[in-house]
Write a protein that binds this ligand. Structure first.
Ligand SMILES: [Zn+2]
Length: 173
């Protein structure tokens, strides 16, 4: 005698308590409820993780837009203006690319963005410290930098969780 799993339609031995394919309980209603509750919890976690990635993606788009304004530096009276403009546009393109790419591969994209951001934050924070800790702009810049880093870090964590949860729910979805 065989028993068919009501979740994935795999055929199991009659005496089995759980489906050998997806782990769905085959016998007990109580266990079925527990299983469904677990799925619900995972779906909720997935929703939260996806929101974290979304917030991080918005930050990347905002940074990309902000950096693209660096093109106006071309009118500045400076010897290094072309280098600054080039760097700003390159970074802008990079952030736009990462934001776009995070739809396909959220974890790798967010992790890359985080590493780039942390490198630039370190430079920025160090620079602000050297200039003077007391100036309001330096301090505000540091705070904004840290806040952006935090959002992107949450995005990295979210993307990581999405991968784990999706793997776990794969049989169901
Ligand atoms: Zn099953």
């Amino acid at each position: 005698m065989a028993i068919i799993c009501s979740n994935c339609c795999s055929i199991n031995e009659k005496e089995f308590s759980f489906c050998t394919n997806c782990g769905y309980p085959l016998q007990n209603q109580l266990l079925t409820d527990a299983f469904n509750e677990r799925i619900q919890q995972r779906t909720h976690l997935l929703f939260k993780a996806e929101n974290a990635v979304l917030a991080a993606r918005v930050v990347l788009y905002v940074m990309g837009s902000f950096l693209s304004m660096g093109i106006f530096f071309i009118f500045a009276e400076s010897n290094t203006k072309y280098i600054v403009v080039l760097m700003a546009l390159l970074l802008s393109g990079l952030f736009f690319f990462l934001a776009f790419w995070s739809r396909r591969n959220p974890f790798t994209a967010m992790l890359t963005a985080f590493i780039i951001l942390i490198a630039f934050s370190a430079i920025n924070i160090f620079g602000s410290l050297v200039k003077s800790f007391t100036t309001l702009t330096g301090f505000t810049g540091m705070l904004i930098c840290l806040a952006l880093l935090l959002v992107v870090l949450k995005g990295v964590q979210g993307a990581y969780r999405i991968n784990l949860i999706k793997e776990e729910l794969q049989v169901k979805i």
